[in-house]
Design a protein around this ligand. Structure first.
Ligand SMILES: C[S@@+](CC[C@H](N)C(=O)[O-])C[C@H]1O[C@@H](n2cnc3c(N)ncnc32)[C@H](O)[C@@H]1O
Length: 175
């Protein structure tokens, strides 16, 4: 987990540059217009090097942030999603707000990002998955930030194949 208070202390102490790292709290990560406003205020048109998402770890709000902020990275820029494993690992705490298991874990977004590398090359350069975070690197392909949707670039059903003259899809989790 990324510790807000530690980062805040280091900025106050001058160890981190407040002109480079800005902290904004009390924001719903699914609120794309607020993210866009903060981005425009802080960075203007400049492409950034790094986004770290240590928020909900649920699919839908994490996807909203990803679709808004991933296109703002420079080529080679890094998008980090923290603590993705909570839905699969006994040692991680489950949400205490009653929302689990109805809400989809962020794991789904990682699978969409992964399959997009093959289905739509160049947008995501690579994805490295570690036990406590996933690191997604921006590729060289141009991205239209107004329409970017990683779900639409992914291929969760696999390529169509023909069986007995009928088009079939695989489905990643179909047995
Ligand atoms: C794993 S903790 C991260 C804590 C944070 N990095 C820090 O040091 O304080 C997850 C945090 O995400 C917040 N959160 C949950 N849903 C959110 C959402 N939709 N938008 C923004 N934050 C959210 C939770 O309230 C919680 O504080």
């Amino acid at each position: 987990m990324l510790h807000w208070t530690k980062i805040d202390r280091q900025i106050t102490a001058g160890a981190l540059d407040a002109g480079v790292i800005q902290l904004h709290g009390g924001i719903d990560q699914a609120d794309r217009s607020e993210l866009a406003r903060i981005y425009a205020e802080g960075f203007g048109d400049t492409e950034i090097d790094l986004v770290i998402d240590d928020c909900s770890h649920f699919y839908a709000p994490t996807l909203a942030s990803f679709n808004e902020l991933f296109p703002r990275l420079r080529t080679g820029g890094l998008y980090v999603i923290e603590d993705w494993r909570w839905a699969h690992h006994d040692l991680d705490a489950l949400p205490t707000d009653g929302s689990e298991p109805e809400r989809m874990p962020v794991t789904r977004l990682l699978l969409e990002a992964l399959t997009s590398i093959a289905a739509t090359p160049g947008v995501i350069e690579s994805i490295a998955v570690e036990s406590d975070k996933a690191l997604i690197v921006r590729g060289e392909a141009p991205i239209d930030p107004t329409t970017f949707d990683v779900t639409a670039l992914s291929e969760p059903e696999g390529r169509t194949y023909m069986r007995s003259g009928k088009a079939q899809r695989r489905g990643l989790f179909r047995r």
